[in-house]
Design a protein around this ligand. Sequence first.
Ligand code: SF4
Ligand code: ZN
Length: 304
Amino acid sequence: MNCKCGHKAVYFKRYSGQHLCERCFTRAVFKKFKDTIRVNGLIERGDAIVCGVSGGKDSLVLLHLLHQLQEKFNFNLIALAIDEGIKGYRDESIPFIRKACKDLDVDLYIDSFKEKYGYTLDEITSIKDRVGACSYCGVFRRNLLNQSSRELGATKLALGHNLDDESQVILMNLLRGDFSRFGRTGTYYKNLHPKFVPRIKPLREIPEKEIVLYAYLMNIDFDFEECPYAPEAFRGDVRNFLNEMEEKRPGTKYTLLKTYDKMFPTFNEMLTPEHISTCETCGEPSISTFCKKCEMLDHIKKNY
Ligand code: SF4
Ligand code: ZN
Protein backbone atom coordinates (compact mmCIF):
# COMPACT_ATOMS: atom_id res chain seq x y z
CA MET A 1 0.00 0.00 0.00
CA ASN A 2 1.25 3.49 -0.83
CA CYS A 3 1.07 6.79 1.00
CA LYS A 4 -0.97 9.57 -0.62
CA CYS A 5 2.37 11.08 -1.79
CA GLY A 6 3.09 7.88 -3.78
CA HIS A 7 5.88 6.44 -1.59
CA LYS A 8 5.68 3.05 0.10
CA ALA A 9 3.64 3.22 3.32
CA VAL A 10 5.29 2.21 6.62
CA TYR A 11 2.29 2.88 8.87
CA PHE A 12 -1.47 2.58 8.78
CA LYS A 13 -3.35 5.00 11.03
CA ARG A 14 -6.43 2.92 11.74
CA TYR A 15 -8.27 5.77 13.45
CA SER A 16 -8.07 7.99 10.36
CA GLY A 17 -7.71 5.33 7.65
CA GLN A 18 -4.46 6.88 6.33
CA HIS A 19 -1.45 4.98 4.98
CA LEU A 20 1.74 6.97 5.58
CA CYS A 21 5.28 6.70 4.21
CA GLU A 22 8.28 7.34 6.45
CA ARG A 23 8.52 11.04 5.56
CA CYS A 24 4.79 11.76 5.89
CA PHE A 25 4.62 9.75 9.15
CA THR A 26 7.50 11.58 10.88
CA ARG A 27 6.11 14.91 9.66
CA ALA A 28 2.65 14.01 10.99
CA VAL A 29 4.13 13.23 14.44
CA PHE A 30 5.99 16.54 14.50
CA LYS A 31 2.84 18.37 13.38
CA LYS A 32 0.72 16.75 16.11
CA PHE A 33 3.34 17.70 18.72
CA LYS A 34 3.54 21.28 17.40
CA ASP A 35 -0.25 21.66 17.20
CA THR A 36 -0.66 20.47 20.80
CA ILE A 37 1.82 23.16 21.86
CA ARG A 38 0.22 25.87 19.71
CA VAL A 39 -3.44 25.17 20.48
CA ASN A 40 -2.79 24.97 24.23
CA GLY A 41 -0.18 27.73 24.36
CA LEU A 42 2.33 25.40 26.05
CA ILE A 43 5.52 27.19 24.99
CA GLU A 44 6.20 30.88 24.51
CA ARG A 45 9.20 32.57 22.99
CA GLY A 46 11.92 33.06 25.58
CA ASP A 47 10.74 30.12 27.73
CA ALA A 48 13.35 28.00 29.51
CA ILE A 49 12.17 24.41 29.06
CA VAL A 50 13.48 21.62 31.23
CA CYS A 51 12.72 18.24 29.68
CA GLY A 52 12.45 15.36 32.15
CA VAL A 53 14.29 12.39 30.64
CA SER A 54 14.23 8.78 31.80
CA GLY A 55 16.04 7.08 28.91
CA GLY A 56 12.79 5.50 27.68
CA LYS A 57 11.20 6.09 24.26
CA ASP A 58 8.74 8.82 25.28
CA SER A 59 11.13 11.20 26.98
CA LEU A 60 13.87 10.81 24.35
CA VAL A 61 11.39 11.34 21.49
CA LEU A 62 10.14 14.42 23.35
CA LEU A 63 13.71 15.71 23.68
CA HIS A 64 14.28 15.25 19.92
CA LEU A 65 11.01 16.98 19.01
CA LEU A 66 11.71 19.89 21.37
CA HIS A 67 15.16 20.18 19.88
CA GLN A 68 13.65 20.36 16.35
CA LEU A 69 11.14 22.95 17.49
CA GLN A 70 13.94 24.97 19.05
CA GLU A 71 15.37 25.49 15.57
CA LYS A 72 12.16 27.32 14.58
CA PHE A 73 11.29 28.90 17.91
CA ASN A 74 13.47 30.73 20.38
CA PHE A 75 13.56 28.97 23.77
CA ASN A 76 16.17 27.36 26.00
CA LEU A 77 16.24 23.60 26.41
CA ILE A 78 17.87 21.61 29.21
CA ALA A 79 17.50 17.89 30.02
CA LEU A 80 16.98 16.70 33.59
CA ALA A 81 17.24 13.07 34.70
CA ILE A 82 16.36 11.70 38.11
CA ASP A 83 18.33 8.72 39.34
CA GLU A 84 15.99 6.96 41.77
CA GLY A 85 18.63 4.38 42.67
CA ILE A 86 17.12 1.24 41.10
CA LYS A 87 19.95 -1.17 40.51
CA GLY A 88 20.04 -2.88 37.14
CA TYR A 89 17.50 -0.44 35.72
CA ARG A 90 18.21 3.26 36.12
CA ASP A 91 22.00 2.77 35.90
CA GLU A 92 21.36 1.00 32.57
CA SER A 93 19.19 3.79 31.15
CA ILE A 94 21.48 6.72 31.99
CA PRO A 95 23.92 5.97 29.10
CA PHE A 96 20.97 6.31 26.65
CA ILE A 97 20.21 9.73 28.14
CA ARG A 98 23.85 10.83 27.96
CA LYS A 99 24.10 9.73 24.31
CA ALA A 100 20.88 11.54 23.27
CA CYS A 101 21.97 14.76 24.99
CA LYS A 102 25.44 14.54 23.46
CA ASP A 103 24.02 13.92 19.95
CA LEU A 104 21.69 16.89 20.27
CA ASP A 105 24.15 19.07 22.18
CA VAL A 106 21.64 19.62 25.01
CA ASP A 107 22.93 20.23 28.55
CA LEU A 108 22.09 17.40 30.94
CA TYR A 109 21.66 17.52 34.72
CA ILE A 110 21.28 14.40 36.82
CA ASP A 111 19.87 14.49 40.33
CA SER A 112 19.47 11.51 42.59
CA PHE A 113 17.29 10.38 45.47
CA LYS A 114 20.44 9.34 47.32
CA GLU A 115 22.06 12.76 47.07
CA LYS A 116 18.91 14.72 47.79
CA TYR A 117 17.09 12.53 50.29
CA GLY A 118 19.82 10.23 51.63
CA TYR A 119 18.39 6.93 50.33
CA THR A 120 18.15 5.08 47.03
CA LEU A 121 14.74 3.63 46.11
CA ASP A 122 16.23 0.15 46.62
CA GLU A 123 17.22 1.15 50.18
CA ILE A 124 13.77 2.62 50.82
CA THR A 125 12.04 -0.59 49.77
CA SER A 126 14.11 -2.55 52.29
CA ILE A 127 12.40 -0.91 55.28
CA LYS A 128 9.72 -2.71 57.22
CA ASP A 129 6.16 -1.44 57.23
CA ARG A 130 6.37 0.21 53.84
CA VAL A 131 3.93 1.17 51.09
CA GLY A 132 4.50 0.25 47.41
CA ALA A 133 7.77 1.31 45.74
CA CYS A 134 5.89 3.41 43.17
CA SER A 135 4.26 5.50 45.90
CA TYR A 136 7.65 6.62 47.27
CA CYS A 137 9.08 6.93 43.80
CA GLY A 138 6.19 9.05 42.48
CA VAL A 139 6.21 11.49 45.40
CA PHE A 140 10.02 11.86 45.53
CA ARG A 141 10.43 12.14 41.76
CA ARG A 142 7.65 14.74 41.34
CA ASN A 143 9.21 16.74 44.15
CA LEU A 144 12.73 16.53 42.81
CA LEU A 145 11.71 17.28 39.21
CA ASN A 146 9.92 20.41 40.37
CA GLN A 147 12.65 21.57 42.73
CA SER A 148 15.53 20.88 40.34
CA SER A 149 13.86 22.42 37.31
CA ARG A 150 13.08 25.51 39.38
CA GLU A 151 16.73 25.70 40.45
CA LEU A 152 17.75 25.37 36.80
CA GLY A 153 15.63 28.45 36.05
CA ALA A 154 12.89 26.59 34.14
CA THR A 155 9.69 28.36 33.17
CA LYS A 156 8.12 25.02 32.07
CA LEU A 157 8.81 21.36 32.84
CA ALA A 158 8.11 19.13 29.81
CA LEU A 159 7.15 15.49 30.39
CA GLY A 160 6.80 12.69 27.84
CA HIS A 161 3.35 11.30 28.70
CA ASN A 162 1.76 9.85 25.54
CA LEU A 163 -1.90 9.24 24.60
CA ASP A 164 -1.87 5.74 26.11
CA ASP A 165 -0.52 7.02 29.45
CA GLU A 166 -3.03 9.86 29.59
CA SER A 167 -6.08 7.77 28.68
CA GLN A 168 -5.03 5.09 31.21
CA VAL A 169 -4.70 7.68 34.00
CA ILE A 170 -8.10 9.22 33.21
CA LEU A 171 -9.82 5.84 33.31
CA MET A 172 -7.90 4.68 36.40
CA ASN A 173 -8.88 7.81 38.35
CA LEU A 174 -12.49 7.34 37.28
CA LEU A 175 -12.57 3.63 38.20
CA ARG A 176 -10.84 4.27 41.53
CA GLY A 177 -13.20 7.13 42.31
CA ASP A 178 -10.11 9.31 42.82
CA PHE A 179 -11.95 12.54 42.26
CA SER A 180 -9.24 14.87 43.55
CA ARG A 181 -6.76 13.65 40.90
CA PHE A 182 -9.39 14.04 38.23
CA GLY A 183 -8.70 17.77 38.04
CA ARG A 184 -4.98 17.27 37.34
CA THR A 185 -4.65 15.40 34.05
CA GLY A 186 -5.32 18.31 31.72
CA THR A 187 -3.25 20.43 29.41
CA TYR A 188 -2.59 23.23 31.83
CA TYR A 189 -2.16 23.84 35.53
CA LYS A 190 -3.31 26.83 37.48
CA ASN A 191 -0.21 28.39 38.97
CA LEU A 192 -1.08 27.73 42.57
CA HIS A 193 2.28 28.50 44.11
CA PRO A 194 5.29 30.47 42.88
CA LYS A 195 7.51 27.46 43.66
CA PHE A 196 5.61 25.20 41.24
CA VAL A 197 7.09 25.00 37.73
CA PRO A 198 4.15 24.52 35.29
CA ARG A 199 4.23 21.06 33.68
CA ILE A 200 3.50 20.58 29.99
CA LYS A 201 2.82 17.31 28.11
CA PRO A 202 3.27 17.92 24.36
CA LEU A 203 2.99 14.19 23.46
CA ARG A 204 -0.37 13.59 25.15
CA GLU A 205 -2.23 13.21 21.83
CA ILE A 206 0.29 10.82 20.22
CA PRO A 207 -0.33 7.06 20.62
CA GLU A 208 2.45 4.97 22.16
CA LYS A 209 2.98 2.85 19.05
CA GLU A 210 3.56 6.00 16.97
CA ILE A 211 6.20 7.12 19.48
CA VAL A 212 7.95 3.75 19.15
CA LEU A 213 7.87 3.90 15.34
CA TYR A 214 9.07 7.52 15.34
CA ALA A 215 12.03 6.58 17.59
CA TYR A 216 12.87 3.69 15.28
CA LEU A 217 12.62 5.75 12.07
CA MET A 218 14.64 8.63 13.54
CA ASN A 219 17.32 6.28 14.93
CA ILE A 220 16.70 7.32 18.51
CA ASP A 221 18.24 4.72 20.82
CA PHE A 222 16.25 4.16 23.97
CA ASP A 223 16.12 1.78 26.88
CA PHE A 224 13.53 -0.99 26.41
CA GLU A 225 13.81 -2.32 29.96
CA GLU A 226 10.91 -2.05 32.32
CA CYS A 227 11.42 -0.99 35.92
CA PRO A 228 11.57 -4.06 38.19
CA TYR A 229 8.99 -2.45 40.48
CA ALA A 230 6.69 -1.72 37.54
CA PRO A 231 4.05 -4.43 37.30
CA GLU A 232 1.09 -2.62 38.71
CA ALA A 233 -1.84 -4.95 38.14
CA PHE A 234 -4.50 -2.27 37.99
CA ARG A 235 -2.79 -0.19 35.30
CA GLY A 236 -2.10 -3.38 33.33
CA ASP A 237 -5.81 -4.26 33.36
CA VAL A 238 -6.80 -0.76 32.26
CA ARG A 239 -4.13 -0.82 29.52
CA ASN A 240 -5.40 -4.17 28.20
CA PHE A 241 -9.00 -2.98 28.26
CA LEU A 242 -8.18 0.23 26.36
CA ASN A 243 -6.06 -1.67 23.82
CA GLU A 244 -8.94 -4.09 23.20
CA MET A 245 -11.38 -1.22 22.77
CA GLU A 246 -8.97 0.57 20.44
CA GLU A 247 -8.72 -2.59 18.37
CA LYS A 248 -12.51 -2.87 18.09
CA ARG A 249 -13.20 0.84 17.84
CA PRO A 250 -10.18 2.78 16.53
CA GLY A 251 -9.95 6.22 18.12
CA THR A 252 -11.27 5.16 21.56
CA LYS A 253 -8.24 6.49 23.48
CA TYR A 254 -8.30 9.81 21.65
CA THR A 255 -12.07 10.21 22.21
CA LEU A 256 -11.61 9.50 25.93
CA LEU A 257 -8.88 12.15 26.14
CA LYS A 258 -10.89 14.75 24.22
CA THR A 259 -14.03 14.10 26.30
CA TYR A 260 -11.95 14.55 29.44
CA ASP A 261 -10.42 17.74 28.02
CA LYS A 262 -13.89 19.22 27.48
CA MET A 263 -14.75 18.59 31.13
CA PHE A 264 -11.29 19.55 32.45
CA PRO A 265 -11.84 23.31 33.03
CA THR A 266 -14.83 22.52 35.29
CA PHE A 267 -12.98 19.77 37.17
CA ASN A 268 -9.88 21.89 37.51
CA GLU A 269 -11.89 24.81 38.89
CA MET A 270 -13.81 22.57 41.28
CA LEU A 271 -11.03 20.34 42.49
CA THR A 272 -7.91 22.42 42.90
CA PRO A 273 -7.46 24.02 46.31
CA GLU A 274 -7.75 27.79 46.59
CA HIS A 275 -4.51 28.08 48.48
CA ILE A 276 -1.31 26.07 48.80
CA SER A 277 1.09 26.87 51.63
CA THR A 278 4.64 25.67 52.23
CA CYS A 279 5.93 22.66 54.15
CA GLU A 280 7.33 23.64 57.56
CA THR A 281 10.26 21.24 57.16
CA CYS A 282 11.49 21.74 53.59
CA GLY A 283 9.73 24.90 52.39
CA GLU A 284 8.31 23.22 49.29
CA PRO A 285 4.64 23.76 48.32
CA SER A 286 2.23 21.68 50.40
CA ILE A 287 -1.49 21.58 51.21
CA SER A 288 -0.80 20.53 54.80
CA THR A 289 1.72 21.60 57.46
CA PHE A 290 4.23 18.97 56.29
CA CYS A 291 4.49 17.79 52.70
CA LYS A 292 4.00 14.16 51.69
CA LYS A 293 7.71 13.78 50.87
CA CYS A 294 8.78 14.94 54.36
CA GLU A 295 6.18 12.66 55.98
CA MET A 296 7.54 9.72 53.97
CA LEU A 297 11.17 10.62 54.74
CA ASP A 298 10.37 10.80 58.42
CA HIS A 299 8.81 7.32 58.31
CA ILE A 300 11.80 5.94 56.36
CA LYS A 301 14.32 7.39 58.84
CA LYS A 302 12.48 5.78 61.76
CA ASN A 303 12.29 2.39 60.07
CA TYR A 304 15.59 2.12 58.21
FE1 SF4 B 1 9.32 4.44 40.00
FE2 SF4 B 1 7.34 2.65 39.99
FE3 SF4 B 1 8.02 3.92 37.74
FE4 SF4 B 1 9.66 2.10 38.80
S1 SF4 B 1 7.61 1.73 37.98
S2 SF4 B 1 10.27 4.11 38.01
S3 SF4 B 1 9.33 2.44 40.98
S4 SF4 B 1 7.13 4.83 39.60
ZN1 ZN C 1 8.48 19.01 53.05
